[in-house]
Design a protein. Structure first.
Length: 606
């Protein structure tokens, strides 16, 4: 069992562990603020929860970090493992715990929705705000539009947002039978909606059989033109089905899952199979929070995807047995041959393609996350070893203050990701609570604001914080992060010599000097971080100071606001040039009344 040096609350936690039942259920770990930071399920709550607080050295670095941050826990006993699975899924969605691996938000994926109205409509949507029955999400808008087009040809339903009292153009061209005008009964209309619902669920075989029977009946009645229309619809539906059929139709209703993962992300593909047809193939990216195996990730992701897609399947084709997935929820099949193996291989090809696409997209939108060079990885490993950090410092954040005798006080923060500047994550801070030139108080304010916000929003913290200063600034950072916010972020300081050059790296409390030679590439990386944050803070300070000068010289004139002052500067270029203008010159820009006030002000203040 761990001791108080690892978790200061362990004695109270030990007492509480004795009361945990040996039953299936869900547990929640909480931090000192009462925020849920991890949710898990267990066949035996007593055994599972206790495991977190024993054999500490055998755990991964990320799980050790979780254990250090546990202030309390709570458990919920349920009747069966299936109940535990579903409750865990709901709690993860509700609390978005920091240490759980979570599916990225899928709000941009399109759905088809049968609305909940007296005469329902079929609508295309990217959110789930409308009340109704949703089908999807569909990963490809082209596929969804094609399916919607087929439905429009096969079934008659209203497309209008508001039902009118008379038939519209859709009725005249044969796309709607005008239930609004009483030309189609409610029962007949709902029969069309039931057909749409069955098609969206993948019931191609039964629909095709009904359509063929209808076609033959029309032919026997010598209604050949109507039979030909049905025949064209059958061909269109069979064409759509043939392009999605990959196996024997004996594979009736299954879901197929595959997964690939790297150090930071996991990629999972889900394929819905109905009557031998792929209803859709859906891929997701997951940002990993703990060192979970692929099997452990799937144990969380499968219930979530099963619920999101409203799947009716009770069989899952998987690449390996997924733990904690009861057979009464989903029966697992790990195929070695046949049609189901073909499906699994197809799913794996899909997820490989999605992984390449996701990495490429991430490299385009945020080059700093695109990867880490061998050189930078080596330097970060050296930092981790030199400072004995629990994790590789992928994200390093550094702060610096800037002011002139307390005037226009600001601070800047830069983030280096994988040893490179991550400029989209740079942050500027106006000092709000400090009066006068107090660098320590200013540093305390911005560090508190930065990491309280990250903590409150459940966002990842950096693996290393560097303050531009020596022992005093480090102590200020420690008091804020450890004593006030109760966070666990390693803190280092970069001290400068008399010539304002980076001279040494400090770490620990009390701080010790980490020996680095000026010619060392690691020293150059740290010097680059310090120079960058200094440049960023100074630039922000200059911008603020220039705006302050603008306000004090022109907007001090009675009746002259910022807009008028800006117009004058745009016209004449500077305050000095404004001062040299005649009253008539100024009047042409701001009018005679304001021109007279400006001239009088400058005359009185010569």
């Amino acid at each position: 069992m761990i001791d108080a040096s690892i978790n200061p609350h362990i004695e109270r936690i030990k007492l509480k562990l004795k009361t945990v039942p040996e039953s299936p259920g869900v547990y929640q770990h909480l931090d000192s603020s009462g925020k849920v930071i991890y949710v898990g399920k267990a066949r035996n709550l007593q055994r599972r929860v206790s495991q977190y607080f024993s054999r500490y050295d055998d755990k991964t670095a990320k799980i050790r970090m979780l254990v250090r941050n546990i202030y309390d826990f709570r458990v919920t006993v349920v009747a069966t493992e299936v109940d535990a699975l579903l409750l865990e899924n709901n709690l993860i969605k509700r609390y978005q715990p920091r240490y759980n691996s979570l599916l990225k938000d899928d709000k941009t994926y399109p759905y088809l929705c049968i609305t909940q109205e007296e005469y329902p409509r079929l609508i295309f949507t990217r959110n789930r705000m409308t009340r109704g029955e949703y089908f999807g999400p569909y990963p490809n808008q082209r596929i969804l539009r094609e399916l919607q087009e087929i439905i429009d040809q096969l079934f008659s339903y209203r497309k209008c947002n508001q039902m009118q009292k008379r038939p519209c153009m859709k009725h005249q061209i044969g796309l709607c039978k005008a239930p609004c005008a009483g030309l189609q009964s409610h029962d007949e209309y709902m029969q069309q909606i039931r057909g749409i619902r069955r098609l969206l669920k993948g019931d191609f075989a039964d629909i095709l059989q009904e359509m063929k029977s209808q076609m033959f009946s029309l032919a026997e009645e010598l209604r050949f033109e109507e039979a030909e229309v049905i025949k064209r619809r059958i061909r269109r539906l069979e064409d759509y089905q043939s392009r999605s059929t990959v196996v024997n139709t004996s594979v009736r209703d299954v879901d197929v899952y595959s997964i690939l993962s790297d150090e930071r992300y996991a990629y999972v593909n889900m394929m819905r199979i109905k009557n031998g047809s792929i209803i859709y193939s859906f891929s997701h990216e997951v940002k990993k929070q703990l060192d979970d195996t692929d099997a452990e990730l799937l144990s969380t992701l499968i219930p979530d995807l099963h619920q999101r897609t409203q799947s009716t399947a009770r069989e899952a084709v998987v690449p390996f047995i997924v733990p904690d997935l009861p057979d009464e929820y989903l029966h697992q099949v790990v195929p070695s041959r046949g049609d189901k193996l073909q499906l699994l291989e197809l799913s794996l090809r899909n997820v490989k393609a999605y992984q390449i696409q996701a990495k490429h997209q991430r490299a385009l939108t945020n080059p700093d996350e695109g990867g880490i060079s061998h050189r930078n990885e080596h330097l970060l490993e050296r930092i981790q070893k030199a400072l004995q950090l629990p994790m590789l410092p992928i994200h390093i954040e550094c702060f610096d203050n800037s002011n002139i005798q307390g005037a226009y006080p600001v601070a800047g923060m830069v983030r280096f990701t994988n040893g490179k500047p991550n400029r989209s994550e740079y942050r500027k801070f106006n000092i709000k609570t400090v009066e006068g030139p107090d660098d320590y108080a200013s540093m305390a304010e911005v560090i508190h604001r930065r990491y309280k916000r990250l903590s409150d929003e459940g966002k990842p913290l950096p693996q290393l914080l560097i303050v531009d200063g020596g022992q005093g600034q480090m102590e200020v950072a420690r008091e804020v992060i450890q004593d006030q916010l109760h966070l666990d972020i390693p803190i280092a300081g970069l001290a400068k010599d008399d010539r304002h050059h980076t001279s040494e790296l400090l770490y620990g409390f009390p701080p010790r000097v980490v020996g680095l030679k000026p010619t060392d590439p690691l020293f150059h990386l740290l010097e680059q971080i310090q120079n960058e944050v200094h440049r960023f803070a100074i630039t922000f300070h200059k911008d603020k100071r220039s705006k302050g000068t603008f306000r004090t010289q022109l907007t001090d004139i009675p009746g002259i606001g910022e807009k008028t002052a800006r117009d004058l500067l745009l016209k004449f270029g500077s305050v000095k040039e404004v001062r040299l203008q005649t009253e008539s010159d100024l009047a042409r820009v701001v009018g005679p009344a304001k021109a007279k006030q400006i001239v009088a002000f400058f005359t009185a203040n010569q």
